[in-house]
Design a protein around this ligand. Structure first.
Ligand code: BES
Ligand code: MN
Ligand code: ZN
Length: 519
């Protein structure tokens, strides 16, 4: 979907649907605000009629399409979108963009315009960004596998949305905001596409191909380690988890290294869990909702999406995205309960449950990232535990880590983009519970209590003293609810949050002793 910013009278815009946000119309006279009154006049009273009839009162959530009378309006339809009385906040603007898009698409409209509402305390660039995000996210549909009775379906026609201002002092700023919102939402939609793809289409090799394709188009350095290289480098976690499948594992690296960044400047590593299908392995999962485990690479998808946006927005910080991709299947070559793996870090891990595979692949990727890039901070994203889903549902991402400032920074970014991340404890006891008796660590076996924290406790053994945040997106990566701008299925959670975090990040660069040996 293309987003434009246009300046001029809404009356003169030739579109299929002209949308206008309407505040609550209360009182007996239900007087229309001046801008709407002038549109009403141009539309031959079409608005005042439905208000008088009681069909529309500007209530939040209410919307109505009306047809203009006469030729005073160039638009074919007028879409009234109720926004209630409270002042609009950023997320209401995303919702407005989403509602307009959905209502217009329901009328098969492709040329859409929205009269930008006045927003107190929100600058035009942020307004346009939020409207663009909401519109493009709402316009998303995963239809790759839908046919027209066996025949290839023609692609859905692309839509355009014009954000209309009557007057605008700095159109360049508004346009920059719309562009930012477009990049962010399209990157999030890319993450949704990757996550929604079924396991037979999204193998580790396919994920690597998609990541590299994106990286090349965006100007990132890309590198993919195949199974031989992973073996040579002794990545026992990724190899162990992946060895049960004929689809071999991969470690995917996407490197955003802006020109001119100092060699000892800050570096952020983003690490994603990329289990392209999680059957549980020999510790097989129950059948009922196993198919949903095709989205067990949502952490990886978030990293790919975020790296796209980071590259396109030219964020002036070095960011390295690493994805540990493997398929967890039972077979005669699969790793077994009782096996002891030697990880990239050298630690040994006894496998008590092959379904606790995410932490194993992440452990290698985190240890490799830490050793290779000596990052200022690391953030991992993973659909890691069922415990996270039980605790937080799809309402919040589980937020844990070793550094309070970093945790706070991520939490605030989540609030700004409305992807809530909620802090959970990571106590020394959680780390101790993951210690083994015949090996350094065990991958499970701490019981069901505090499953989200013990998983983080396991990961903590692989991050050294680098400030690190772990985001458990087991619940938020996938949703069955629909909001005003996000439909059901893969959510692409994490993309906007990571970019927002980076743009507000004030890294504490490590001292000279750690001048990086950067590849
Ligand atoms: N991918 C799952 C976690 C998951 C479950 C994500 C449901 C999304 C929805 C993960 O690999 C897993 O199976 N975790 C186990 C760990 C346990 C065996 C220690 C779990 O949480 O049950
Ligand atoms: Mn599992
Ligand atoms: Zn898993």
């Amino acid at each position: 979907m293309q987003i434009k910013v246009t300046v001029g009278s809404p009356r003169d815009i030739k579109v299929d649907v002209l949308a206008v946000a309407v505040t609550a119309l209360s009182g007996k006279r239900k007087k229309l605000p001046p801008a709407l009154a002038s549109l009403d006049t141009a539309a031959g009273g079409a608005v005042s009629q439905v208000v008088k009839n009681g069909d529309f009162a500007g209530k939040k959530g209410q919307s109505l399409v009306v047809y203009p009378n006469g030729a005073g309006l160039k638009a074919g339809r007028l879409l009234l979108v109720g926004i209630g009385d409270a002042a609009l906040e950023i997320d209401d603007l995303r919702g407005l963009g989403g509602r307009v898009t959905r209502a217009a698409r329901a009328k098969k409209a492709t040329k859409i315009a929205l009269v930008v509402p006045t927003t107190k305390g929100i600058a035009n660039d942020a307004t346009c960004q939020a409207l663009a995000e909401g519109a493009i996210l709402a316009d998303y549909k995963y239809d790759r596998f839908l046919t027209d009775n066996g025949k290839k379906k023609p692609a859905r026609p692309k839509a355009s949305l014009s954000l209309v201002y009557s007057r605008l002092a700095k159109p360049a700023a508004a346009r920059a905001g719309a562009r930012r919102g477009t990049i962010l939402a399209e990157s999030q939609n890319l993450a949704r596409d990757l996550s929604n793809a079924p396991g037979n289409a999204m193998t580790p090799v396919a994920l690597a191909r998609e990541a590299v394709k994106m990286g090349r188009a965006t100007g990132l350095r890309t590198r993919v380690m195949d199974a031989n290289e992973l073996k040579k480098r002794k990545m026992g976690g990724i190899i162990g988890v992946g060895q049960g499948s004929t689809n071999p594992p991969r470690l995917i690296i996407l490197d955003h290294k802006p020109r001119g960044t100092a060699a000892n400047g800050p570096t952020l590593c983003l690490v994603g869990k990329g289990i392209t299908f999680d059957s549980g392995g020999i510790s097989l999962k129950p059948g009922a909702s196993m198919h949903e485990m095709k989205h067990d690479m949502s952490g990886a998808a978030a990293v790919v999406g975020a790296m796209r946006a980071i590259g396109m927005l030219k964020v002036p910080v070095r960011v390295v995205g690493l994805i540990a991709a493997a398929e967890n299947l039972p077979s005669d070559t699969a790793y077994r309960p009782g096996d002891i793996l030697t990880m990239y870090s050298g630690h040994t891990v006894e496998i008590l449950n092959t379904d606790a595979e995410g932490r194993l692949v992440l452990a290698d990727a985190l240890a490799y990232a830490n050793q290779t890039y000596e990052p200022t901070a690391m953030i991992d994203l993973a659909t890691l535990t069922g415990a996270c889903m039980v605790a937080l549902g799809d309402w919040a991402t589980g937020l844990m880590g070793t550094n309070d400032e970093l945790i706070e920074g991520v939490k605030e970014a989540g609030e700004r983009v409305n992807e809530i991340a909620w802090p959970l404890p990571l106590f020394d006891d959680h780390k101790k519970l993951m210690k083994g008796s015949v090996s350094d660590l065990k991958n499970a076996g701490a019981g069901r209590s505090a499953g989200m924290s013990t998983a983080a406790g396991f990961l903590a053994a692989f991050v050294g003293d680098t400030p690190w945040v772990h985001l458990d997106i087991a619940g938020t990566g996938w949703t069955s609810r629909s909001t005003s701008y996000l439909g059901s299925g893969a959510t692409g959670v994490g993309v906007r949050m990571l970019v927002d975090f980076l743009e507000h990040w004030k890294p504490r660069v490590k001292k000279a002793s750690k001048t990086a040996r950067k590849k």
